[in-house]
Design a protein around this ligand. Structure first.
Ligand code: ATP
Ligand code: MG
Ligand code: MG
Ligand code: MG
Length: 492
């Protein structure tokens, strides 16, 4: 198996600290501090946003940072970066993952950043360079942004062959933190897991065979509220590499779930599940229902543990609502697909702490609290889940043969009366080859829940009850504290 995930993490920070004088900074919590543009911390750079913008308090320690390295806890389950729907289906997107990153704040720029990254991957980690592909920004006519030829030349001079250098547009090679915030062209390093002749064609193609591992962003702009780009006061480097993906490369695995970051969790699930073992096969075609449930439960229990340890509890708005949704999905996979008894989810938390606790000691400290909160929330949802399952079965029996559209009013009632997240209903139907009548469901949501009233200042207020808040897209759901600002109030 080779190198452990702990060593991989440590090697990263030591490389930048010892060879290139980067200051080692702790991961921030996954709850963004004082940044309402985010639901969760979605990248290592979040905590440094004031430095990029030039708004850091000059008396703060942060203002003195020039070179920094860290390993950041990230959650991508809501807002601009939302991977929840992919989790379990593929083997390299998680809702919680660790991002290894190095930064230059107005210090070194493109050439040094590319050189350091290449040296670390090929000389220190020993990844064969012929397995690596590099993408760079192709420019964008609509935004008037030029192609990043400079970066292409840097890679050529480092020795990356031209046929391993690929241009991509805004979606893949212009990184943005959110709807607003620091952004810039990026260059990314991808790993070819199969050594295939057509690997170049699989870059940025959602293939498990060629996976993006490291993103080097050249921060030059801020995306303003009116969507325009403003130059930042100084140019910076912001990099992010998914630890789980890097470890899968270094442990010779094609799935993140087959690395030491996940295998103890999968074994622990196996011990309480009455279902077949995890097959561990990769590839989109053979993603079986059981394998997907194993992966989703393992993923979700990590996310729940990390979030609760950082003070984000399952709840009714913003990040809390997202966490509630993740919890209910986990309960469903665990109880229905894996046939695990009540309490099994919480029973996995000590294993999460064993795997991650050395790096994030709050997981050890909070183990008991995390377990209690998971158990409480599981108990709350389990009886609704059983009832809802019966409703679904009965409705399916009554449908005409060949009819694959589930009636919206039943889905609405599952959501409204039994607290089923809408995405979970879709998932449960999908397993039976069914889908919900989404348009009618959206109409029902609007009809049933929104009513406009005016407050004493004559301002329009949209009253949404708890269930319609749950229905909103996660990126529209405001933080509880900001509800008044958004014109929401929690209805009766
Ligand atoms: P992808 O295209 O695979 O969705 P991304 O382009 O959205 O990744 P970036 O925003 O560039 O990812 O983040 C930097 C790095 O973080 C990625 O290169 C990848 O290694 C890692 N990463 C991003 N999203 C996830 C995730 N959901 N789970 C695990 N690792 C991730
Ligand atoms: Mg992504
Ligand atoms: Mg990408
Ligand atoms: Mg990327």
């Amino acid at each position: 198996r080779g190198v452990s995930s702990k060593e991989v993490r440590q090697t990263f920070t030591e490389f930048f600290h010892e060879l290139y004088q980067h200051k080692i900074v702790k991961s921030s919590t996954v709850r963004p501090r004082g940044d309402t543009s985010l639901l969760f911390v979605n990248a290592g750079m979040n905590q440094f946003k004031p430095i990029f913008l030039g708004t850091a308090d000059p008396r703060s320690e942060m203002a003195s940072y020039r070179r920094v390295v860290n390993s950041q806890k990230c959650v991508r389950a809501g807002g601009k970066h939302n991977d929840l729907e992919d989790v379990g289906r593929d083997v390299y997107h998680h809702t919680f993952f660790e991002m290894l990153g190095n930064w230059s704040f107005g210090d070194y720029f493109k050439e040094e950043a590319c050189g350091m990254a290449w040296r670390l991957l090929t000389e220190v980690y020993g990844i064969p360079s012929e397995r690596l592909y590099v993408s760079y920004f192709a420019g964008d006519a609509i935004s008037g942004l030029p192609a990043d030829e400079e970066t292409r030349h840097i890679w050529l001079s480092i020795g990356v062959p031209a046929d391993h250098l690929l241009p991509f547009g805004m979606r893949d090679n212009f990184w943005e933190m959110g709807e607003t915030g620091p952004c810039g062209p990026c260059t990314e390093i991808h790993y070819d897991h199969i050594g295939g002749r057509n690997a170049a064609l699989l870059v940025n193609a959602d293939s498990p065979d060629v996976v993006e591992i490291w993103n080097l962003v050249f921060m030059q702009y801020n995306r303003e509220a009116d969507h325009s780009l403003r130059f930042l006061p100084q140019f910076s480097v912001d990099t992010g590499m998914g630890l789980e993906r890097l470890v899968s490369v270094l442990q010779g695995q094609r799935s993140n779930y087959n690395t030491d970051l996940f295998t103890p969790l999968l074994s622990a699930i196996q011990q309480c599940a009455k279902c077949p073992e995890y097959s561990g096969r990769t590839g989109d075609a053979d993603v079986g229902r059981v394998d997907m449930a194993y992966r989703a439960v393992a993923d979700h229990v990590r996310t729940l543990s990390v979030c609760i340890a950082d003070g984000v509890y399952p709840g009714m708005s913003g990040a809390e609502l997202v966490l509630r949704r993740i919890l209910r999905r986990a309960v469903r996979f665990s109880a229905e697909v894996l046939q695990a008894p009540e309490g099994s989810l919480a029973g996995l938390v000590p294993t999460v702490a064993q795997i991650l606790g050395d790096s994030y000691p709050e997981l050890y400290k909070e183990t008991g609290r995390i377990m209690d909160i998971i158990n409480e929330n599981e108990a709350q949802f389990l009886s609704s889940l059983k009832l809802g399952r019966r409703v679904i079965e009965r409705t399916l029996q009554r449908l005409e043969e060949g009819d694959s559209v589930f009636p919206a009013n039943v889905a609405w009632s599952l959501h409204r009366n039994l607290g089923f997240p809408v995405d979970l209903i879709s998932l449960m139907l999908e397993e039976q080859g069914m889908c919900v009548d989404q348009q009618s469901l959206d109409e029902l949501a609007v009809e049933n829940n929104t009513c406009q009233t005016q407050n004493s200042d004559g301002q329009n207020l949209v009253h949404l009850d708890l269930h319609s808040l749950a229905r909103l897209q996660t990126d529209q759901v405001p933080h509880t504290d900001d509800l008044p600002k958004y014109g929401y109030s929690l209805g009766p």
